[in-house]
Design a binder for this molecule. Structure first.
Ligand SMILES: Nc1ncnc2c1ncn2[C@@H]1O[C@H](COP(=O)(O)OP(=O)(O)OP(=O)(O)O)[C@@H](O)[C@H]1O
Ligand SMILES: [Mg+2]
Length: 463
Protein backbone atom coordinates (compact mmCIF):
# COMPACT_ATOMS: atom_id res chain seq x y z
CA UNK A 1 0.00 0.00 0.00
CA UNK A 2 1.15 3.50 -0.75
CA UNK A 3 2.29 5.40 2.30
CA UNK A 4 0.07 8.13 3.63
CA UNK A 5 1.82 11.35 4.65
CA UNK A 6 0.78 14.30 6.78
CA UNK A 7 1.19 17.33 4.55
CA UNK A 8 0.97 20.78 6.11
CA UNK A 9 -0.38 23.33 3.63
CA UNK A 10 0.19 26.95 4.58
CA UNK A 11 -1.37 29.66 2.43
CA UNK A 12 -3.49 32.73 3.07
CA UNK A 13 -5.51 32.07 -0.07
CA UNK A 14 -8.37 29.76 0.66
CA UNK A 15 -8.50 28.61 -2.98
CA UNK A 16 -4.99 27.23 -2.85
CA UNK A 17 -5.62 25.44 0.44
CA UNK A 18 -8.82 23.91 -0.90
CA UNK A 19 -7.32 22.81 -4.20
CA UNK A 20 -4.27 21.17 -2.56
CA UNK A 21 -6.34 19.55 0.18
CA UNK A 22 -8.58 17.94 -2.42
CA UNK A 23 -5.65 16.71 -4.50
CA UNK A 24 -3.73 15.20 -1.59
CA UNK A 25 -6.80 13.61 -0.03
CA UNK A 26 -7.48 11.89 -3.33
CA UNK A 27 -3.95 10.50 -3.23
CA UNK A 28 -4.58 9.06 0.22
CA UNK A 29 -2.56 11.61 2.20
CA UNK A 30 -3.63 13.60 5.25
CA UNK A 31 -3.51 17.32 4.51
CA UNK A 32 -3.50 19.81 7.38
CA UNK A 33 -4.09 23.52 6.70
CA UNK A 34 -2.92 26.81 8.16
CA UNK A 35 -3.69 30.31 6.91
CA UNK A 36 -0.48 32.10 7.92
CA UNK A 37 2.97 31.53 9.39
CA UNK A 38 1.82 31.99 12.98
CA UNK A 39 -0.88 29.37 12.70
CA UNK A 40 1.52 27.13 10.76
CA UNK A 41 3.99 27.11 13.65
CA UNK A 42 1.29 26.10 16.12
CA UNK A 43 0.08 23.23 13.94
CA UNK A 44 3.68 22.27 13.08
CA UNK A 45 4.63 21.92 16.74
CA UNK A 46 1.56 19.88 17.64
CA UNK A 47 1.18 17.60 14.66
CA UNK A 48 4.74 17.10 13.38
CA UNK A 49 3.86 16.84 9.68
CA UNK A 50 6.00 14.82 7.27
CA UNK A 51 6.40 17.76 4.93
CA UNK A 52 5.42 21.43 4.71
CA UNK A 53 4.23 23.42 1.67
CA UNK A 54 4.25 27.10 2.49
CA UNK A 55 3.48 30.39 0.80
CA UNK A 56 6.03 33.17 1.30
CA UNK A 57 3.90 36.32 1.55
CA UNK A 58 1.24 35.97 4.22
CA UNK A 59 -0.27 38.27 6.88
CA UNK A 60 0.92 38.10 10.53
CA UNK A 61 3.96 35.90 9.96
CA UNK A 62 5.51 35.31 6.53
CA UNK A 63 6.79 32.00 5.17
CA UNK A 64 10.44 32.98 5.42
CA UNK A 65 10.21 33.69 9.14
CA UNK A 66 8.19 30.55 9.83
CA UNK A 67 10.71 28.54 7.81
CA UNK A 68 13.56 29.68 10.04
CA UNK A 69 11.76 28.61 13.19
CA UNK A 70 10.86 25.24 11.68
CA UNK A 71 14.45 24.60 10.63
CA UNK A 72 15.66 25.29 14.15
CA UNK A 73 13.27 22.91 15.86
CA UNK A 74 12.74 20.12 13.32
CA UNK A 75 15.49 19.98 10.76
CA UNK A 76 14.36 16.65 9.43
CA UNK A 77 11.01 17.95 8.13
CA UNK A 78 11.38 19.24 4.57
CA UNK A 79 9.78 22.58 3.69
CA UNK A 80 8.85 23.55 0.13
CA UNK A 81 8.04 27.21 -0.43
CA UNK A 82 5.46 28.51 -2.87
CA UNK A 83 5.72 32.01 -4.18
CA UNK A 84 3.31 33.94 -6.34
CA UNK A 85 5.96 36.36 -7.45
CA UNK A 86 8.92 35.28 -9.49
CA UNK A 87 11.02 36.85 -6.78
CA UNK A 88 14.10 34.76 -7.32
CA UNK A 89 16.09 36.61 -4.65
CA UNK A 90 13.60 35.69 -1.95
CA UNK A 91 13.38 32.10 -3.08
CA UNK A 92 17.14 31.78 -3.16
CA UNK A 93 17.32 33.25 0.29
CA UNK A 94 14.85 30.59 1.34
CA UNK A 95 17.27 27.90 0.13
CA UNK A 96 19.94 29.53 2.21
CA UNK A 97 17.66 29.19 5.24
CA UNK A 98 17.22 25.52 4.47
CA UNK A 99 14.06 25.22 2.39
CA UNK A 100 14.14 22.02 0.36
CA UNK A 101 13.06 23.79 -2.81
CA UNK A 102 10.49 26.28 -4.07
CA UNK A 103 7.80 26.45 -6.74
CA UNK A 104 6.50 29.49 -8.53
CA UNK A 105 2.73 29.97 -8.72
CA UNK A 106 0.83 29.02 -10.73
CA UNK A 107 2.53 25.67 -10.46
CA UNK A 108 1.87 22.38 -12.13
CA UNK A 109 0.34 19.98 -9.63
CA UNK A 110 2.15 16.93 -11.01
CA UNK A 111 5.46 18.71 -10.76
CA UNK A 112 4.72 19.67 -7.19
CA UNK A 113 3.88 16.04 -6.36
CA UNK A 114 7.17 14.89 -7.88
CA UNK A 115 9.03 17.42 -5.78
CA UNK A 116 7.24 16.23 -2.64
CA UNK A 117 8.12 12.63 -3.43
CA UNK A 118 11.74 13.54 -3.90
CA UNK A 119 11.87 15.43 -0.62
CA UNK A 120 10.29 12.54 1.26
CA UNK A 121 12.57 9.98 -0.37
CA UNK A 122 15.62 12.02 0.50
CA UNK A 123 14.41 12.34 4.07
CA UNK A 124 14.00 8.61 4.57
CA UNK A 125 17.37 7.99 2.93
CA UNK A 126 18.98 10.37 5.38
CA UNK A 127 17.23 8.74 8.31
CA UNK A 128 18.56 5.39 7.18
CA UNK A 129 22.08 6.73 6.79
CA UNK A 130 21.95 8.31 10.24
CA UNK A 131 20.82 5.01 11.67
CA UNK A 132 23.60 3.13 9.90
CA UNK A 133 26.10 5.66 11.17
CA UNK A 134 24.95 5.20 14.72
CA UNK A 135 25.15 1.42 14.43
CA UNK A 136 28.60 1.66 12.88
CA UNK A 137 30.03 3.94 15.52
CA UNK A 138 28.68 1.63 18.21
CA UNK A 139 30.30 -1.46 16.76
CA UNK A 140 33.69 0.02 15.87
CA UNK A 141 35.97 1.44 18.47
CA UNK A 142 38.28 2.98 15.93
CA UNK A 143 37.76 4.77 12.65
CA UNK A 144 39.03 3.18 9.50
CA UNK A 145 42.01 4.74 7.78
CA UNK A 146 40.57 6.29 4.63
CA UNK A 147 42.88 7.08 1.76
CA UNK A 148 43.21 7.32 -2.01
CA UNK A 149 46.97 7.78 -1.90
CA UNK A 150 49.19 4.94 -3.06
CA UNK A 151 51.77 5.65 -0.37
CA UNK A 152 49.19 5.62 2.39
CA UNK A 153 47.62 2.45 1.02
CA UNK A 154 51.01 0.78 1.24
CA UNK A 155 51.26 1.96 4.81
CA UNK A 156 47.85 0.45 5.57
CA UNK A 157 48.91 -2.87 4.09
CA UNK A 158 52.04 -2.78 6.26
CA UNK A 159 49.88 -2.02 9.27
CA UNK A 160 47.87 -5.18 8.71
CA UNK A 161 51.05 -7.30 8.56
CA UNK A 162 52.60 -5.62 11.58
CA UNK A 163 49.45 -6.29 13.58
CA UNK A 164 50.16 -10.03 13.35
CA UNK A 165 53.53 -9.58 15.06
CA UNK A 166 54.52 -8.37 18.50
CA UNK A 167 57.26 -6.02 17.36
CA UNK A 168 57.63 -2.49 18.70
CA UNK A 169 56.56 0.19 16.25
CA UNK A 170 57.70 3.77 15.85
CA UNK A 171 55.26 6.12 14.11
CA UNK A 172 56.60 9.50 13.07
CA UNK A 173 54.80 12.23 11.19
CA UNK A 174 53.44 15.75 11.41
CA UNK A 175 50.71 16.60 13.84
CA UNK A 176 47.28 15.37 12.77
CA UNK A 177 48.46 12.96 10.07
CA UNK A 178 46.83 9.96 11.77
CA UNK A 179 49.55 8.49 14.00
CA UNK A 180 47.16 7.56 16.77
CA UNK A 181 44.67 6.18 14.27
CA UNK A 182 47.40 3.89 12.89
CA UNK A 183 48.36 2.78 16.40
CA UNK A 184 44.73 1.84 17.05
CA UNK A 185 44.49 0.04 13.74
CA UNK A 186 47.47 -2.08 14.73
CA UNK A 187 46.01 -2.86 18.14
CA UNK A 188 42.46 -3.67 17.02
CA UNK A 189 43.70 -5.88 14.18
CA UNK A 190 46.06 -7.82 16.41
CA UNK A 191 45.61 -10.81 18.68
CA UNK A 192 45.61 -8.26 21.53
CA UNK A 193 42.42 -6.59 20.32
CA UNK A 194 40.45 -7.78 23.34
CA UNK A 195 43.13 -6.44 25.69
CA UNK A 196 43.48 -2.77 26.64
CA UNK A 197 44.71 -0.01 24.33
CA UNK A 198 46.28 2.64 26.55
CA UNK A 199 47.82 5.93 25.48
CA UNK A 200 50.02 8.26 27.46
CA UNK A 201 51.36 11.62 26.36
CA UNK A 202 55.00 11.77 27.50
CA UNK A 203 55.16 15.52 26.93
CA UNK A 204 52.21 16.39 29.13
CA UNK A 205 53.49 15.34 32.57
CA UNK A 206 56.45 16.41 34.69
CA UNK A 207 59.11 13.73 35.02
CA UNK A 208 58.21 12.39 38.47
CA UNK A 209 54.52 12.08 37.61
CA UNK A 210 55.25 10.43 34.28
CA UNK A 211 57.47 7.94 36.03
CA UNK A 212 54.85 6.92 38.57
CA UNK A 213 52.18 6.82 35.83
CA UNK A 214 54.28 4.36 33.85
CA UNK A 215 55.75 2.22 36.62
CA UNK A 216 53.21 2.60 39.40
CA UNK A 217 54.29 2.86 43.02
CA UNK A 218 54.13 1.11 46.38
CA UNK A 219 52.46 2.62 49.39
CA UNK A 220 54.73 5.27 50.93
CA UNK A 221 57.10 5.37 47.92
CA UNK A 222 57.03 9.16 48.14
CA UNK A 223 55.12 11.82 50.07
CA UNK A 224 51.51 11.54 49.04
CA UNK A 225 51.73 7.91 47.92
CA UNK A 226 49.07 6.74 50.35
CA UNK A 227 48.41 3.43 48.69
CA UNK A 228 49.86 1.07 46.15
CA UNK A 229 49.08 1.96 42.57
CA UNK A 230 49.48 0.03 39.31
CA UNK A 231 51.32 1.79 36.51
CA UNK A 232 50.50 1.67 32.80
CA UNK A 233 53.05 -1.07 32.09
CA UNK A 234 50.94 -3.26 34.35
CA UNK A 235 47.54 -2.05 33.26
CA UNK A 236 48.36 -2.47 29.58
CA UNK A 237 49.26 -6.12 30.17
CA UNK A 238 48.15 -8.26 27.19
CA UNK A 239 47.32 -5.10 25.33
CA UNK A 240 49.04 -2.20 23.60
CA UNK A 241 50.69 0.84 25.15
CA UNK A 242 51.06 3.95 22.99
CA UNK A 243 53.80 6.29 24.16
CA UNK A 244 52.76 9.50 22.45
CA UNK A 245 55.30 12.30 21.98
CA UNK A 246 58.05 9.88 22.97
CA UNK A 247 60.64 12.50 21.94
CA UNK A 248 59.74 14.44 25.09
CA UNK A 249 60.65 11.59 27.42
CA UNK A 250 63.23 12.69 30.03
CA UNK A 251 66.65 11.06 29.84
CA UNK A 252 66.39 9.22 33.13
CA UNK A 253 63.13 7.60 32.04
CA UNK A 254 64.59 6.68 28.66
CA UNK A 255 67.02 4.40 30.51
CA UNK A 256 64.24 2.80 32.51
CA UNK A 257 62.08 2.34 29.43
CA UNK A 258 64.92 0.60 27.65
CA UNK A 259 65.05 -2.01 30.38
CA UNK A 260 61.32 -2.69 30.17
CA UNK A 261 61.70 -3.17 26.43
CA UNK A 262 64.65 -5.52 26.78
CA UNK A 263 63.64 -7.57 29.80
CA UNK A 264 59.86 -7.14 29.75
CA UNK A 265 59.99 -6.58 33.48
CA UNK A 266 60.22 -3.71 35.95
CA UNK A 267 59.62 -2.69 39.59
CA UNK A 268 57.05 -0.26 40.95
CA UNK A 269 58.51 2.91 42.46
CA UNK A 270 59.58 2.16 46.01
CA UNK A 271 59.12 -1.57 45.43
CA UNK A 272 61.53 -4.49 45.14
CA UNK A 273 59.26 -7.09 43.59
CA UNK A 274 59.96 -7.61 39.89
CA UNK A 275 56.84 -7.57 37.76
CA UNK A 276 56.57 -9.22 34.35
CA UNK A 277 54.54 -7.56 31.67
CA UNK A 278 53.32 -8.61 28.24
CA UNK A 279 52.75 -5.50 26.16
CA UNK A 280 53.10 -4.36 22.57
CA UNK A 281 54.76 -0.97 22.62
CA UNK A 282 54.04 1.69 20.03
CA UNK A 283 55.83 5.03 20.18
CA UNK A 284 54.75 8.12 18.27
CA UNK A 285 56.27 11.52 17.74
CA UNK A 286 56.19 14.48 15.38
CA UNK A 287 59.87 15.15 16.06
CA UNK A 288 62.80 13.77 14.10
CA UNK A 289 64.11 11.16 16.52
CA UNK A 290 67.13 10.25 14.39
CA UNK A 291 68.27 13.87 14.47
CA UNK A 292 67.67 13.97 18.21
CA UNK A 293 69.93 10.93 18.55
CA UNK A 294 72.65 12.74 16.55
CA UNK A 295 72.39 15.67 18.91
CA UNK A 296 72.50 13.49 21.98
CA UNK A 297 68.96 14.38 23.01
CA UNK A 298 67.60 10.86 22.65
CA UNK A 299 69.33 7.61 23.56
CA UNK A 300 70.53 5.70 20.54
CA UNK A 301 69.97 2.26 22.07
CA UNK A 302 66.38 3.15 22.93
CA UNK A 303 65.85 4.53 19.43
CA UNK A 304 66.93 1.20 17.91
CA UNK A 305 64.66 -0.74 20.25
CA UNK A 306 61.65 1.41 19.40
CA UNK A 307 62.44 1.64 15.73
CA UNK A 308 62.08 -2.06 14.94
CA UNK A 309 59.32 -1.10 12.56
CA UNK A 310 58.95 2.44 11.34
CA UNK A 311 55.75 3.90 9.90
CA UNK A 312 55.47 7.43 8.66
CA UNK A 313 52.14 8.84 7.50
CA UNK A 314 52.75 11.64 4.99
CA UNK A 315 51.35 15.17 5.38
CA UNK A 316 47.97 15.84 3.80
CA UNK A 317 49.38 18.39 1.36
CA UNK A 318 51.49 15.61 -0.17
CA UNK A 319 48.37 13.56 -0.87
CA UNK A 320 45.85 16.06 -2.25
CA UNK A 321 43.81 13.12 -3.58
CA UNK A 322 42.76 12.48 0.02
CA UNK A 323 41.27 15.93 0.66
CA UNK A 324 37.99 15.36 -1.13
CA UNK A 325 37.61 11.84 0.23
CA UNK A 326 38.23 12.89 3.82
CA UNK A 327 36.12 16.04 3.48
CA UNK A 328 33.14 13.95 2.33
CA UNK A 329 33.76 11.50 5.15
CA UNK A 330 33.81 14.19 7.83
CA UNK A 331 30.80 15.88 6.24
CA UNK A 332 28.76 12.70 6.70
CA UNK A 333 30.15 12.03 10.11
CA UNK A 334 29.52 15.47 11.56
CA UNK A 335 26.15 15.90 9.82
CA UNK A 336 24.99 12.71 11.52
CA UNK A 337 26.52 13.64 14.87
CA UNK A 338 24.86 17.04 14.84
CA UNK A 339 21.52 15.69 13.67
CA UNK A 340 21.82 17.72 10.49
CA UNK A 341 20.58 16.79 7.09
CA UNK A 342 23.27 15.73 4.69
CA UNK A 343 24.95 18.79 3.26
CA UNK A 344 26.37 18.96 -0.25
CA UNK A 345 29.90 20.30 -0.84
CA UNK A 346 29.79 23.01 -3.46
CA UNK A 347 32.49 22.67 -6.15
CA UNK A 348 34.02 26.01 -5.13
CA UNK A 349 34.22 24.83 -1.52
CA UNK A 350 36.07 21.72 -2.60
CA UNK A 351 38.43 23.85 -4.70
CA UNK A 352 39.16 26.00 -1.65
CA UNK A 353 39.82 22.93 0.50
CA UNK A 354 42.12 21.50 -2.15
CA UNK A 355 44.20 24.63 -2.51
CA UNK A 356 44.88 25.05 1.20
CA UNK A 357 48.10 23.63 2.64
CA UNK A 358 46.70 22.01 5.83
CA UNK A 359 49.57 22.50 8.28
CA UNK A 360 47.39 20.74 10.91
CA UNK A 361 46.70 17.91 8.44
CA UNK A 362 43.67 15.63 8.79
CA UNK A 363 42.76 16.93 12.24
CA UNK A 364 42.60 20.50 10.92
CA UNK A 365 40.42 19.35 8.02
CA UNK A 366 38.10 17.50 10.40
CA UNK A 367 37.79 20.57 12.62
CA UNK A 368 37.12 22.88 9.66
CA UNK A 369 34.35 20.64 8.35
CA UNK A 370 32.81 20.14 11.77
CA UNK A 371 32.64 23.88 12.31
CA UNK A 372 31.16 24.46 8.87
CA UNK A 373 28.52 21.79 9.42
CA UNK A 374 27.50 23.39 12.70
CA UNK A 375 27.37 26.90 11.20
CA UNK A 376 25.61 26.04 7.97
CA UNK A 377 21.86 26.47 7.75
CA UNK A 378 21.24 25.27 4.20
CA UNK A 379 21.89 22.16 2.18
CA UNK A 380 24.98 23.33 0.40
CA UNK A 381 28.32 24.15 1.97
CA UNK A 382 29.80 27.28 0.43
CA UNK A 383 33.32 28.63 0.91
CA UNK A 384 31.89 31.29 3.26
CA UNK A 385 31.04 28.52 5.70
CA UNK A 386 34.75 27.65 6.06
CA UNK A 387 37.06 29.33 8.57
CA UNK A 388 38.28 32.64 7.16
CA UNK A 389 42.00 31.82 7.22
CA UNK A 390 41.46 28.86 4.89
CA UNK A 391 40.43 31.22 2.13
CA UNK A 392 43.26 33.66 2.45
CA UNK A 393 45.93 33.48 -0.18
CA UNK A 394 48.32 30.76 0.82
CA UNK A 395 51.97 31.66 1.00
CA UNK A 396 54.21 30.56 -1.83
CA UNK A 397 56.28 28.13 0.19
CA UNK A 398 53.11 26.24 0.96
CA UNK A 399 51.70 26.12 -2.49
CA UNK A 400 51.84 22.57 -3.67
CA UNK A 401 52.92 21.49 -7.10
CA UNK A 402 49.98 23.03 -8.91
CA UNK A 403 50.12 24.06 -12.50
CA UNK A 404 48.93 27.25 -14.06
CA UNK A 405 45.18 26.85 -14.03
CA UNK A 406 43.39 30.16 -13.67
CA UNK A 407 42.17 29.59 -10.14
CA UNK A 408 45.68 29.51 -8.83
CA UNK A 409 47.33 32.23 -10.84
CA UNK A 410 45.44 35.04 -9.20
CA UNK A 411 46.00 38.65 -10.09
CA UNK A 412 48.39 40.62 -7.94
CA UNK A 413 46.79 41.73 -4.72
CA UNK A 414 43.67 39.67 -5.22
CA UNK A 415 42.92 37.20 -2.48
CA UNK A 416 42.41 33.58 -3.43
CA UNK A 417 38.75 33.97 -2.56
CA UNK A 418 38.30 36.97 -4.87
CA UNK A 419 40.12 35.29 -7.72
CA UNK A 420 38.08 32.15 -7.33
CA UNK A 421 34.86 34.11 -7.35
CA UNK A 422 35.85 36.03 -10.47
CA UNK A 423 36.79 32.83 -12.20
CA UNK A 424 33.66 31.08 -11.13
CA UNK A 425 31.46 33.95 -12.31
CA UNK A 426 33.12 33.79 -15.71
CA UNK A 427 32.64 30.03 -15.96
CA UNK A 428 28.97 30.35 -15.13
CA UNK A 429 28.39 33.13 -17.68
CA UNK A 430 30.06 31.10 -20.40
CA UNK A 431 28.10 27.97 -19.53
CA UNK A 432 24.83 29.94 -19.49
CA UNK A 433 25.57 31.44 -22.90
CA UNK A 434 26.50 28.02 -24.30
CA UNK A 435 23.21 26.63 -23.07
CA UNK A 436 21.02 29.51 -24.25
CA UNK A 437 20.29 30.53 -20.69
CA UNK A 438 18.71 27.19 -19.79
CA UNK A 439 19.42 26.87 -16.09
CA UNK A 440 18.72 23.19 -15.65
CA UNK A 441 21.04 22.38 -18.54
CA UNK A 442 23.71 24.81 -17.30
CA UNK A 443 23.66 23.34 -13.81
CA UNK A 444 24.09 19.87 -15.28
CA UNK A 445 27.04 20.96 -17.43
CA UNK A 446 28.69 22.64 -14.44
CA UNK A 447 28.07 19.59 -12.27
CA UNK A 448 26.20 21.51 -9.58
CA UNK A 449 22.61 21.32 -8.44
CA UNK A 450 20.02 23.71 -9.83
CA UNK A 451 19.69 25.17 -6.36
CA UNK A 452 23.40 25.88 -6.16
CA UNK A 453 23.25 27.58 -9.56
CA UNK A 454 20.31 29.77 -8.53
CA UNK A 455 22.22 30.83 -5.47
CA UNK A 456 25.27 31.73 -7.51
CA UNK A 457 23.29 33.68 -10.13
CA UNK A 458 22.04 35.86 -7.34
CA UNK A 459 25.37 36.12 -5.56
CA UNK A 460 27.15 37.21 -8.74
CA UNK A 461 24.29 39.33 -9.99
CA UNK A 462 23.99 37.41 -13.25
CA UNK A 463 20.79 38.03 -15.19
N1 LIG B 1 43.24 8.57 6.88
C1 LIG B 1 42.31 8.93 7.79
N2 LIG B 1 41.05 8.51 7.66
C2 LIG B 1 40.11 8.87 8.55
N3 LIG B 1 40.34 9.64 9.63
C3 LIG B 1 41.59 10.09 9.81
C4 LIG B 1 42.64 9.75 8.91
N4 LIG B 1 43.78 10.32 9.37
C5 LIG B 1 43.46 10.98 10.48
N5 LIG B 1 42.15 10.86 10.78
C6 LIG B 1 41.44 11.48 11.91
O1 LIG B 1 42.05 12.75 12.13
C7 LIG B 1 42.21 13.02 13.52
C8 LIG B 1 43.68 13.20 13.85
O2 LIG B 1 44.37 11.95 13.73
P1 LIG B 1 45.38 11.42 14.87
O3 LIG B 1 44.92 11.82 16.23
O4 LIG B 1 45.58 9.98 14.62
O5 LIG B 1 46.67 12.27 14.47
P2 LIG B 1 48.12 12.31 15.14
O6 LIG B 1 49.09 12.12 14.04
O7 LIG B 1 48.15 11.38 16.30
O8 LIG B 1 48.19 13.82 15.63
P3 LIG B 1 49.13 14.50 16.81
O9 LIG B 1 50.53 14.42 16.36
O10 LIG B 1 48.64 15.90 16.84
O11 LIG B 1 48.83 13.73 18.05
C9 LIG B 1 41.58 11.85 14.23
O12 LIG B 1 40.25 12.19 14.53
C10 LIG B 1 41.62 10.74 13.22
O13 LIG B 1 40.58 9.81 13.43
MG1 LIG C 1 48.37 11.88 18.34
Amino acid sequence: MKKSYRILIVDDEENVRRMLTAAFTLDGHQPICAADGQQALEVFGQQKPDIVLMDIRMPRLGGMEALQVMRKTHQEIPVILMTAYAAVETAVEALRFGAFDYVIKPFDLDELKLLINRALQLRSMKQEINLLHRELSDSYQWDRILTNSTKMMELCRDTAKIAQSNASVLITGESGTGKELIAKAIHYNSARAKGPFIKINCGALPESLLESELFGHEKGAFTGAQMQRQGLFERANQGTLLLDEVGEMPHNLQVKLLRVLQEREFERLGGSQTIKTDIRLIAATNRNLAAMVEQGEFRQDLFYRLNVIHLSPIPLRERPEDISLLAQHFLQKFSAENGKEMIELDASTLAALESYSWPGNVRELANAIERAVIMSTGFIMFPDDLPEHLLQRHSTENSTQRNSDPIHTSEQGQSLKESMKAYERELICVALANNQGNRVQTARVLGISRRALMYKLQEYNIE
